[in-house]
Design a binder for this molecule. Structure first.
Ligand code: 9EB
Ligand code: ZN
Length: 260
């Protein structure tokens, strides 16, 4: 029952195997800035990524994922809407096809070229990522929009490694990468309660979406599209692109935005 982003297995049919797809705190959503209520009690988010280093890069068949050693609290996000520190586990991207946009969250109905998700889990309250991924306050995802323009001076470290994980299921060593080089200058954010945007779509994510995008070049984005959805042994070679879920209904949720 593998899911994907095609016509037959894409977001419009995920509810058949994952009924929570029609739940009341699904992600992504359209963020309407002036409708987000200003919450003066919200603190800034704090990222402690100094000790963090990556371990592996892999092609999950749906995205490219960079994993981190989450055996201790060396890299955490805290503050903002979060009651505990959340440990960095992995980051991955969502993107579109040539010339069309591929972010998951939209802002006032507009989408960006791509979206980076830094996935963290609440290791204070839960013993494993898997357990946290099914708890309502289990995960915290930092969402960062990518817009096209000049080359990003650090993204090439990732795009230069993509040839090692071209096919679904491939994994390669990817040590020493610190994602703080992918952050924009401002940590001003919107926050709301939502879900994973990929199956199993658990409603376990506190979303923190940064208002300021980072800039990457069309050439760098194009390298993401050299990845394949398909495995080395498969005869059809389907380029990995448009791996994004469209915005879901708010169903009575309210968004708030950061205080600063
Ligand atoms: C594509 C990648 N997805 C995740 O690992 C994923 C995990 C947690 C969250 Cl919170 C999100 S998200 N998009 O909401 O930030 C995505 C994946 C890898 C391997 C197998 C299946 C699979 O879905
Ligand atoms: Zn994601």
């Amino acid at each position: 029952n593998h899911w994907g982003y095609g016509k037959e297995d894409g977001p419009s049919v995920w509810h058949k195997n994952y009924p929570v797809a029609q739940g009341d705190r699904q992600s992504p959503i359209d963020i309407v800035p002036h409708q987000a209520s200003h919450d003066p009690s919200l603190d800034p988010v704090v990222l402690n990524y100094d000790q963090c280093t990556s371990t592996k890069i892999s092609n999950s068949g749906t995205s490219v994922v960079v994993e981190f050693d989450d055996s201790d609290d060396r890299s955490v996000i805290r503050g903002g809407p979060l009651d505990n520190p959340y440990r960095l586990k992995q980051f991955h991207f969502h993107w579109g096809g040539k010339g069309c946009h591929g972010s998951e969250h939209t802002v006032g109905g507009n989408s960006y070229a791509s979206e980076l998700h830094l996935v963290h889990w609440n290791a204070v309250k839960y013993k494993t990522f898997g357990e946290a991924a099914t708890a309502p306050d289990g995960l915290a995802v930092l969402g960062i929009f990518l817009e096209t323009g000049d080359d990003h001076r650090w993204l090439h470290v990732i795009t230069d490694a993509l040839y090692t994980v071209k096919y679904k299921g491939s994994v390669a060593d990817f040590k020493g990468f610190n994602p703080k080089c992918l952050l924009p200058s401002s940590l001003h954010y919107w926050t709301y309660l939502g879900s994973l945007t990929t199956p199993p779509l658990h409603e376990s994510v506190i979303w923190v979406v940064l208002k300021e995008p980072i800039t990457v070049s069309e050439k760098q984005l194009g390298k993401l599209r050299t990845l394949l959805f398909s495995g080395e042994e498969e005869n059809e070679r389907t380029r990995m692109e448009n791996n994004f879920r469209p915005p879901q209904l708010l169903k009575g949720r309210k968004k708030s935005n950061s205080h600063h």
